[in-house]
Design a protein around this ligand. Structure first.
Ligand SMILES: N[C@@H](CCC(=O)N[C@@H](CS)C(=O)NCC(=O)O)C(=O)O
Length: 208
């Protein structure tokens, strides 16, 4: 592959998803650190890459793409075929798509609200009612993963690790960071251990 891939990244953020996928696919890439200790993230130069100053952003041969799942889809399709993406005629394809999007579309609102109202907002701006609702939504998602997602195999699309596990696995990582993963079922915790025993995870989750 002669393409140039630059990942704008901050540890612990959704750019970990993209870094994890790049590692799993063995794609050469440059990691460009984005300062995340204050808001807005990054500097004026980064604002030219992503005017919202959120991470991740991927620059592929000069073209910038944001949204972690869109970037993942781009990498999977452009640099595949790969076992991480079931083919459209694979019986696991629908299930794969469901879980791939569940990571952000299904779990994002609850987890973002939970983070905001327990950690990110200044204490006096936090709302206990919103935090409780957010945890309830998140718990429903965790139960769905345990009862439906892991019912048919070790991974969400079946017996094989796919990009859907990266999408959802990142959200479990966020819950672990805020001390809430321990409140999920044993099967979800065992699944998270399975995911995080991968070499690509170790490389992607490094806090450098
Ligand atoms: N849906 C987007 C979310 C991007 C996002 O909100 N990233 C967070 C880090 S996980 C961020 O950069 N937050 C900084 C901010 O909102 O100022 C994605 O999946 O890429």
């Amino acid at each position: 592959m002669s393409d140039t891939l630059k990942l704008y990244h901050a540890p612990r953020t959704r750019s970990v998803r993209v870094r994890w996928l790049l590692e799993e696919m063995g794609l050469d890439h440059e990691v460009v650190p984005v300062a995340f200790d204050k808001r807005p993230a990054g500097d004026e130069a980064y604002a030219k890459i992503n005017p919202m100053r959120k991470v991740p952003a991927l620059e592929a041969n000069g073209e910038v793409i944001v949204e972690s799942l869109a970037i993942m889809e781009f990498l999977l399709n452009r640099y595949g075929p790969t076992d991480l993406l079931p083919a459209v005629d694979d019986p696991a394809y629908g299930r794969y798509l469901q879980w791939f999007h569940f990571g952000e579309a299904g779990m994002g609102v609850g987890i973002n609200m939970l983070l905001a109202h327990t950690f990110i907002l200044p204490e006096k701006a936090r709302n206990a009612g919103i935090a409780a609702w957010a945890w309830d939504e998140t718990s429903k998602g965790l139960e769905f993963i345990a009862k439906n997602g892991l019912a048919e195999g070790a991974y969400l699309a079946g017996e094989r690790f796919t990009a859907a596990d990266i999408s959802v696995g990142y959200m479990l990582y966020l819950l672990k960071l805020i001390g809430k993963l321990g409140e999920s079922s044993e099967s979800v915790q065992a699944y998270f251990k399975r995911l995080t025993s991968r070499d690509a995870w170790a490389a992607a989750s490094v806090v450098d």
